[in-house]
Design a protein around this ligand. Structure first.
Ligand code: MF3
Ligand code: CO
Length: 249
């Protein structure tokens, strides 16, 4: 069942999203060669707790941290540790928070110092694919119109979309129905309705879409070792079009 949200509930999700988005902005600012993923996690967690919110990922199915830090060929769910970032790396930062019983979820991928032209292009195309999807998040469309828009943009630009992980509904739960794949056929899937709130999160690989899970049971990496990027916004579907709740206001 897809839970439709009232205006009040959407504003609650927005509050959680704003806490997450501003924490990510702050983490992004301290990224430079030499900083550790653990330090990034600790900053993100501190900022969430300071706002009176709860880190949503910590303890979720046993995930041990507040922030997911996925470097280079890591796709999602990288566990922060003492690894030091190096010039030329790219790092995905995925963060969730709960406030007053409502979740917010957002991710960005950022460069560490100067990065290669190929990595630059991957970041640009991945971010643009999210906006291609968001544009389709309108009343009357079907769910996989979003999926198709993401996939066709990514593939047209020579990259691939990950199949093994998907976006999701969000609200009083971190993961609600429906699942939102980043690939699919247009005009298929449930009709989009006013009050749906979706976390859209394309994961884009420079090479093949195939995935491996590391021995820690969490970290997803590209099977071919190619670079991967991940971005996420929480979006409400309204009569006035898509509202990006995790864009800083
Ligand atoms: N944004 C991801 C998701 O919605 C992050 C979840 S990490 C986990 O699935 F640790 F909570 F699983
Ligand atoms: Co998510």
């Amino acid at each position: 069942m897809i839970v439709l949200k009232s205006r009040y509930e959407i504003e609650q999700v927005r509050k959680s999203c704003q806490i997450v988005a501003s924490a990510l902005e702050a983490v992004k600012k301290v990224i430079e060669p030499g900083i550790t993923c653990q330090e990034l996690n600790d900053l993100a967690e501190k900022l969430i707790v300071q706002e009176g919110a709860i880190p949503a990922f910590k303890g979720y199915r046993g995930y041990p941290a507040a922030l997911c830090t996925s470097v280079n060929e890591q796709i999602v769910h990288g566990i922060p540790d003492g690894r030091r970032l190096e010039e030329g790396d790219i790092i995905s930062l995925d963060l969730g928070a709960r406030l007053n019983g409502f979740f917010g979820d957002c991710a960005i991928t950022v460069p560490v110092g100067n990065i290669s032209g190929e990595a630059e292009r991957l970041l640009k195309i991945t971010e643009a694919s999210l906006y291609q999807g968001i544009q389709q998040a309108v009343v009357g469309n079907r769910l996989f119109d979003i999926s198709h828009a993401v996939q066709s943009w990514v593939e047209k630009n020579g990259f691939s979309v990950v199949r093994d992980f998907v976006g999701h509904g969000i609200g009083r739960e971190l993961h609600e129905e429906p699942q939102v794949p980043n690939f699919g056929s247009p005009h298929q899937g449930p009709r989009l309705q006013e009050g749906m709130v979706l976390a859209l999160e394309p994961m884009v690989n420079a090479g093949s879409f195939k995935v491996k899970i590391l021995a820690d049971g969490w970290t997803a990496v590209t099977a071919d070792g190619s670079l991967s990027a991940h971005v996420e916004h929480t979006v409400a579907i309204t009569s006035n079009g898509p509202e990006i709740l995790s864009r800083l206001c």
